[in-house]
Design a protein around this ligand. Structure first.
Ligand code: 3H9
Length: 699
C-alpha cells in the first residue's frame, strides 16, 4: 500500500503549490519539514514555476513542531524547511488559515510574504511547553516587527489574531479566505518580479535600552523556578546584537538547554494530559449527544453569576433565575461590575462587554426557563435546598432538558431523587471564580444516562472549560484529593510548623500563594461550618481546634482584617501575627501535643504525599479515570505549578517506592489517616509510574 504523502507539490499556472497534509493539525511530524524543503527545491529547479505558495490542508496551516517527538532522539534533518524557504530564489508566500504556531509561524517567517484569512491566529507558544522557538523564530520575528513586540509574543506565547498580526507587520495582507488556494495563487502571482523579502537579510533588531532587563524583572514572580522564559529573552536579545547566522547558533544552544529539562517534560505532559482528560472510553463512540443551544443558571449568587458569564463569554444565551428580585438585581450588578473591571484591565474590550452582557437575561420565575436545553443549579450548598429546586425543575423543564447541579460535595444521587428523571441529572462542579477558573468536574451519578454525561463534558468544553470526569463520592475527585493536604497543613501547625513557614515552602515550590494566605482570602468561616457539620455527622471526625479558635475569636480572614495573618486596612498583604503564634502554642499545650521544628522538605512531603495517597484511593475506587486527569485538575483547579506537571507527575519525580515507604512509616506513627493505598503499593512494587495509573474500569 502506498503511503499518502504528508506534503504535496503541484503546479497551477506557473505557481508551485506546496500543501502540508498531516492531520489533525499539520504538525511538523516525520517527513513534513523535509517534504516542504524538497518541494521548494523542486519548484526552484523547475523553469515552469515562477513563485510558490505554502499552505495547510484541512482546518489549519501548521500548528508547530510535533510535540510528541521532543525529548526523544530524532534523526538529524538533512535540510530544514526553514533554510530551504529562506534560500529559495523564487518567491514563496505563506497562506495562513487556522493556526500558524511555533514551527508553523517559523516556516511562514522563512517565506518571503505572508497572507492570512481574518480568523487565523499566529504565535510562538513554545515557552508554554518549556522550550523556545527553535526554527529561527527568535531571530526572524524581532527583525520583522521589532524587538519589543517580538519579545512580548515570545515570552507570553500568546496567539495573535490576524488583524493584529497585520498591524504588527507579521502578515502582509488579510485575504477573504473563501478560496484560500486560489487567493494565495493570485497573491503569489502579484509578487513575481518583486525583490524577495528575506527576513534573514535584515539587520539585527533595534531595542530600547533596558528592554530585556525590564522583561526579566517583570516576569520574575511568575517565572520563578523556570528557565524557558529567560532563555526566550536571551535568544531575542541575541537577535539585537548578532548577525543572523550567529543568532541562529545562539538560538540552537539555548533551545538545547531546554528540550530535555524537567520543566519541558512536565509541560509537555500537561499539554497531552489536558487533551486526554476529554476522553471517556466507556462511552460508546457513536453516542448521539443532545445539542445544547440555550442554558439557564439557577441562583444569582457569586457562583451562579460566574457560571452565567462563562456561557455569555462563549456565545451562549443564558437565563439567570433567582426567585429573590433583590438577589437577582445584585447578581446582575456583580456581573456588570466584573465585566467593567475586565474592560478597565484591558482583558476584554468594551465591544466584547456590550456583546456579552445582553446574552445574560435575568428572570424571576423558574417557569421562564422551561424550554432551555440545559440548566445548572447553583444555589446554597444544602441538600434540602437543592432538592427543592430540583423538584421544581422536574415539574417545569422540557423532558429532554439536562439538569446539572453545581455542588462541591453533595451526593448527586440524592439530588436526582427529587426528580422523576434521575437519568437526566449529573453534577457540574465549577471552581471559583467560575468565569475564570478553567476546571469543570462533571460528576456521573449512578443513574446518569451516558448521553447526559457526554453532553455535560462537551458543554464544559464549549464554555471554555477543561471538563474532567468524576465519580459520585464525597468531595468528588479534585477536592477529595485535596482534603488531606488541608488536614496535614493544619495538623503540622499543631505540631510546631508555623503558617508562614508552610506558606513559604509552598510558594517556593511554585504556588502563587501559600495555603494559609489562600484560606484567609477565601474566608475561614466556610470550612468552619463544614467542620461543625461533619463533626455532628461523625463523632470520630478529626477537628481542627486552631482554625476553629481563630473563627470563634472573630478572625475570619482578610474580610475581618485578621485570620492566620493580620492585614492593614485596604491592603491584602499578610503580616505575621504574634497573637496567632500564642494561640497555636496554647492549643498545642491544651491538647498535649509536643511541638517540634519541621524541615521544609518534611512540610512539602507531608502535604503532597497525603494527597497523592488519596488520589490513588480515588483511582482504585473507579471515581477518577486516570492519574493524569487528577493532575489536570490540580493544575487548573488549585494553582499547582504547571511546570511540575501535576500532583502525580511530581510524585514520580520522588518515586512511588520512596513515597510508599514514607507513608507506611507515617501510618505507623500517626494512624489511619495515613493508611497507604493498595494501588500506591502495587505501583511502588512494580517500579511503575504513578502518573500512568488508571481506574480499574479502564483496564
Ligand atoms: C515548536 O513548534 C518548536 C519549534 O520552534 C521548532 C523547534 C525545532 N504536536 O488542541 P487540540 C494534537 S513546538 C503534536 O485538541 P484545538 C493534539 O494533541 C510546538 N500534536 O485542538 C490533539 O490530538 P488528539 C508549538 C499536536 O483545535 C489534536 O492535535 N506549537 C500538536 O483545540 C487536536 O488538538 C504549539 O505549542 C503538536 N504541535 O487546538 C501548538 N498540536 O486528537 C500546540 C496539536 O489525539 N497546539 N496536536 O488529542 C495547540 O495549541 C492546539 O492544538 C491548537 C488547536 C490551537 C493548534
Amino acid at each position: 500500500m502506498s503511503e499518502v504523502p504528508v506534503v504535496r507539490f503541484e503546479i497551477v499556472d506557473g505557481i508551485g503549490v506546496i500543501t502540508v497534509d498531516y492531520p489533525p493539525v499539520n504538525a511538523l511530524g516525520p517527513g513534513v519539514s523535509e517534504g516542504i524543503a524538497a518541494a521548494v527545491d523542486q519548484g526552484n529547479a523547475d523553469p515552469a514555476v515562477q513563485a510558490m505558495v505554502l499552505l495547510g490542508a484541512g482546518r489549519t496551516f501548521i500548528a508547530g513542531a510535533d510535540i510528541r517527538r521532543f525529548g526523544k532522539p530524532r534523526p538529524p534533518s538533512p535540510r530544514r524547511s526553514y533554510d530551504a524557504l529562506d534560500e529559495s530564489a523564487k518567491p514563496v508566500v505563506a497562506a495562513i488559515h487556522g493556526y500558524a504556531l511555533g514551527g508553523g509561524l517559523e516556516n511562514a517567517l522563512s517565506c518571503h510574504w505572508r497572507i492570512a484569512v481574518p480568523s487565523a491566529k499566529v504565535g510562538l507558544p513554545e515557552v508554554l511547553i518549556g522550550i523556545l522557538p527553535g526554527g529561527g523564530g527568535t531571530q526572524r520575528l524581532p527583525r520583522l516587527i521589532g524587538a519589543k513586540p517580538a519579545l512580548e509574543m515570545i515570552v507570553t506565547g500568546r496567539h495573535v489574531p490576524a488583524e493584529e498580526a497585520k498591524a504588527l507587520g507579521i502578515v502582509d495582507a488579510i485575504i477573504p479566505g473563501q478560496d484560500l488556494r486560489a487567493e494565495a495563487i493570485a497573491f503569489a502571482r502579484s509578487v513575481i518580479g518583486k525583490p524577495l523579502r528575506r527576513i534573514s537579510a535584515m539587520p539585527p533588531a533595534a531595542a530600547e535600552p533596558g528592554l530585556f532587563d525590564e522583561m526579566r524583572m517583570s516576569i520574575a514572580r511568575k517565572a520563578r523556578n523556570q528557565k524557558a522564559p529567560y532563555n526566550c529573552i536571551a535568544a531575542v536579545e541575541a537577535a539585537t546584537r548578532l548577525p543572523f547566522a550567529e543568532g541562529m547558533a545562539e538560538e540552537k544552544r539555548l533551545f538545547q538547554e531546554l528540550e530535555n529539562a524537567p520543566e519541558a517534560q512536565a509541560l509537555r505532559y500537561a499539554f497531552f494530559a489536558e487533551r486526554e482528560i476529554a476522553r471517556i472510553p466507556f462511552l460508546p463512540k457513536d453516542l448521539a449527544l443532545p445539542e445544547i443551544k440555550t442554558a439557564a443558571v439557577v441562583g444569582a449568587g457569586t457562583m451562579g453569576g460566574g457560571i452565567a458569564m462563562s456561557f455569555a463569554d462563549n456565545g451562549f444565551p443564558v437565563k439567570l433565575v433567582d426567585a429573590n428580585p433583590e438577589g437577582l438585581a445584585r447578581g446582575m450588578q456583580r456581573i456588570r461590575d466584573n465585566y467593567a473591571v475586565s474592560v478597565k484591565r484591558g482583558s476584554i474590550t468594551q465591544t466584547q462587554m456590550d456583546e456579552r452582557l445582553p446574552r445574560i437575561q435575568p428572570v424571576e420565575r423558574i417557569e421562564d426557563i422551561a424550554e432551555c436545553d440545559v440548566v445548572i443549579e447553583a444555589v446554597f450548598e444544602q441538600l434540602p435546598v437543592k432538592q427543592e429546586i430540583f423538584a421544581k425543575l422536574d415539574a417545569v423543564m422540557k423532558p429532554e432538558a439536562i439538569l446539572l447541579t453545581n455542588t462541591s460535595a453533595i451526593d448527586i444521587d440524592k439530588i436526582a431523587d427529587a426528580t422523576k428523571r434521575p437519568q437526566m441529572v449529573a453534577g457540574a462542579h465549577f471552581f471559583a471564580p467560575a468565569n475564570v477558573m478553567k476546571l469543570l468536574e462533571v460528576v456521573e451519578g449512578p443513574r446518569t444516562a451516558p448521553e447526559v454525561l457526554g453532553a455535560a463534558m462537551k458543554l464544559g468544553r464549549a464554555i471554555g472549560k477543561i471538563s474532567g470526569y468524576a465519580g459520585n463520592c464525597d468531595g468528588f475527585v479534585a477536592n477529595r484529593s485535596r482534603i488531606y493536604f488541608t488536614l496535614e497543613q493544619n495538623i503540622m501547625v499543631e505540631e510546631g510548623a508555623l503558617p508562614e513557614q508552610i506558606d513559604k515552602v509552598m510558594v517556593d515550590f511554585g504556588y502563587p500563594m501559600g495555603p494559609f494566605a489562600v484560606n484567609d482570602m477565601s474566608g475561614l468561616d466556610v470550612s468552619y461550618f463544614t467542620r461543625k457539620r461533619r463533626l455532628a455527622e461523625d463523632p470520630n471526625y478529626r477537628t481542627l481546634p486552631i482554625p476553629d479558635r481563630l473563627v470563634e475569636s472573630g478572625r475570619k480572614g482578610q474580610k475581618t482584617g485578621a485570620g492566620w495573618y493580620r492585614y492593614e486596612k485596604g491592603d491584602r498583604t499578610p503580616h505575621v501575627d504574634p497573637v496567632v503564634h500564642r494561640l497555636i502554642k496554647e492549643v498545642a499545650a491544651e491538647q498535649g501535643i509536643e511541638q517540634r521544628p519541621f524541615s521544609d522538605e518534611e512540610i512539602l512531603h507531608r502535604l503532597l504525599f497525603a494527597s497523592a495517597n488519596e488520589a490513588c484511593k480515588i483511582l482504585e475506587e473507579d471515581k477518577a479515570l486516570r492519574a493524569s486527569d487528577i493532575d489536570v485538575m490540580w493544575l487548573n483547579g488549585f494553582g499547582f505549578p504547571r511546570y511540575r506537571g501535576g500532583l502525580m507527575f511530581w510524585a514520580d519525580t520522588i518515586g512511588a517506592q520512596e513515597i510508599y515507604n514514607q507513608i507506611a512509616a507515617w501510618h505507623q506513627r500517626y494512624g489511619d489517616r495515613w493508611r497507604p493505598s493498595a494501588l500506591l503499593r502495587r505501583v511502588a512494587e512494580s517500579g511503575g509510574k504513578l502518573r500512568e495509573a488508571k481506574a480499574p474500569r479502564l483496564q
